[in-house]
Design a binder for this molecule. Structure first.
Ligand code: ADP
Ligand code: ASP
Ligand code: MG
Length: 413
């Protein structure tokens, strides 16, 4: 008998019918003898709807109150699922993050889980109940409701699995696993049987929204066996694994990630003196704005240009800060650009292959796509390009790195 944590995402609980289907599925597992803890998201679209409501009151809603509101989405689905289970004769009980006591820090809208009190859930499991927990939410030390950032129910699932020492955490969603890239953008994307934690972490942090990055971090840190599966179709899904297979068929690139969430800022004509980077980025980070890619150009005329990217949500804030820094430093000008996208190739196979980056640049050059910024690590290469070329770039790279699925019918001959 195994203890399994099953997380169902927004589309999987998007209607009452789907919630009934999820209840059927959970019942099947339980009838098979497993103990089940379920984590659910809000119905699809609900979190966005709630955020839109808040934005009608204020452009920048007070984070504490925003959390009080957006956390209600998950409170609805836990209750509906518990009702659907009970209707089927399965003893079930629902809990909010506060009721479990999922303790987080106080960083509203992007809180981190500090501790989970597993006792209450363990008592319910012992008593034969299926426990349904609200994803995405927690509570801080002072009793304020917090949320874990968009996509945070994945993290609730994995963190609960770690706290309960579950045998597996299953992330059920609207695709049947992790693909070489977003299958909604590239029709020829292929499902991966396995992907390493390290690669999944890069994919998630570079924009693949199939798993929230903190969920992958937790799973790696606490060795939680993690699998991504389709909610309503049978199949093996994708296992996130620790081992890096050394096989001949190991592809150089496992996947392509992309995001449209960043914006670019450039400060031009800054005096090229020691401490420039700190003078520019110090105030930016003091304002809690995370910086992603950074490029400082070679100096000429004793001045330099300095470019970096931030999340689009932080763009206006960063632009204002940068303008006042520019005045102080006597810089020439500040330029901002929100029409950018970042495309990244990811794969542990890169470690043992040279020339991966140039193959990427060649594929983009063939499509006449200009590269604005580049950053590399051991297992990834990222480029910033003009947003309008994003899909073209992803498709071109998918083909260039031989990730395309064979065309249907080719195998029959
Ligand atoms: P849920 O509501 O179940 O959490 P999400 O929308 O957060 O679902 O995540 C699933 C979506 O992630 C898929 O519908 C797919 O469009 C997208 N996605 C992005 N990159 C990938 C990838 N590499 N593999 C699979 N899905 C991906
Ligand atoms: N409902 C939250 C969101 O839409 C959390 C989640 O779905 O994981 O971001
Ligand atoms: Mg999600």
């Amino acid at each position: 008998m195994a203890l399994i944590v099953q997380k169902f995402g927004g589309t999987s609980v998007g209607t009452v019918e789907r919630i009934e289907q999820v209840a059927e599925k959970v019942k099947k597992f339980r009838d098979g003898g497993d103990d089940i803890v379920v984590v659910v998201s809000a119905m699809s679209g609900e979190t966005n709807r709630l955020i839109d409501l808040a934005k009608q009151i204020s452009d920048q809603p007070v984070p504490r109150e925003l959390d009080v509101m957006v956390s209600t989405g998950e409170q609805v689905t836990i209750a509906l699922l518990a009702m659907a289970l009970i209707k089927r004769g399965v003893p079930a009980v629902s809990y909010t993050g506060n009721q479990v006591r999922i303790l987080t820090d106080s960083a509203h809208t992007k809180a981190r889980i500090l501790q989970i009190d597993a006792q209450r859930i363990q008592r319910d499991i012992k008593a034969g109940r299926v426990v349904v927990v609200a994803g995405f939410q927690g509570v801080d030390e002072k009793g304020n409701i917090t949320t874990l950032g968009r996509g945070g129910s994945d993290t609730t699932g994995v963190a609960l699995a770690a706290a309960l020492k579950a045998d597996e955490c299953q992330i059920y969603t609207d695709v049947d696993g992790v693909y070489t890239t977003d299958p909604r953008v590239v029709a020829k994307a292929q499902r991966l049987d396995k992907i390493t934690f390290e690669e999944m972490l890069e994919m998630a942090s570079l924009g693949s929204k199939v798993l929230q990055i903190r969920a992958v971090e937790f799973a790696g840190k606490y060795s939680v066996p993690l699998r991504v599966l389709h909610s309503f179709q049978e199949g093996p899904g994708t296992l996130i694994t620790l081992d890096e297979e050394e096989s001949m068929e190991q592809p150089i690139i496992s996947g392509i990630a992309f995001n449209r969430d960043e914006a670019k800022l450039t400060i031009r004509g800054v005096p090229d003196t020691p401490g420039v980077a700190f003078k520019i980025l110090g105030p930016i980070s003091a304002a809690n704005v995370e910086v992603d890619m950074i490029v400082q150009n070679v100096a000429h005329d004793n001045t330099t240009d300095f470019t970096f990217t931030v999340h689009r949500n932080d763009y206006n804030n960063a632009l204002q800060i940068l303008q006042s820094i520019a005045n102080e430093m006597g810089a020439r000008e500040v330029i901002g650009d929100t029409d950018i996208a970042k495309v990244s190739i990811v794969g542990v196979g890169m470690r043992s292959h040279a020339g991966v980056a140039s193959r990427m640049f060649e594929a983009l050059a063939k499509e006449n796509i200009n590269i604005q910024m580049i950053s590399t690590s051991e297992i990834k290469v990222s480029v910033v390009i003009e947003e309008k070329y994003l899909e073209l770039a992803v498709r071109a790279l998918h083909t260039a790195f031989e990730l395309d699925a064979p065309a249907a019918g080719n195998t029959a001959e």
